[in-house]
Write a protein of this length. Structure first.
Length: 117
């Protein structure tokens, strides 16, 4: 069974991202702290902080990359690129609004990739 990601949210604290993974060895509730609290942004799995750049984060990075690659269609990829180019999101058109959860996961991927470099 393929990994499922759901409950993708962003908090109003300036950018904490939360999501849930099911049907995978990576299963759990994840939270990436807001960048407003400072860098590096800790990542938590089931309220336990993961080691920055450690094996669990790298396994999650691989899983999220695979999931996004399998989930994002060509139209979704174009919409994600449009969101990347926007400074402000106000009253998004439906095609962009639909990919915001994917954009949140893409943001987590970018954060983890920066640690892996």
């Amino acid at each position: 069974m393929a990994m499922r990601i759901g409950d993708i949210m962003i908090w109003r604290d300036g950018g904490t991202i939360t999501f849930t993974i099911e049907d995978s060895e990576l299963a759990g509730k994840y939270r990436l702290r807001t960048p407003l609290a400072g860098e590096p942004r800790p990542l938590f799995r089931d309220d336990r902080q993961l080691t920055l750049g450690g094996p669990e984060e790298m396994a999650l990075l691989a899983g999220l990359r695979d999931w996004l690659s399998a989930t994002a269609t060509a139209d979704s990829q174009r919409a994600l690129a449009r969101l990347d180019g926007m400074r402000e999101w106000r009253t998004l058109p439906q095609d962009l609004d639909r990919v915001v959860p994917l954009y949140r996961i893409k943001s987590v991927i970018k954060c983890l990739e920066a640690r892996a470099a």
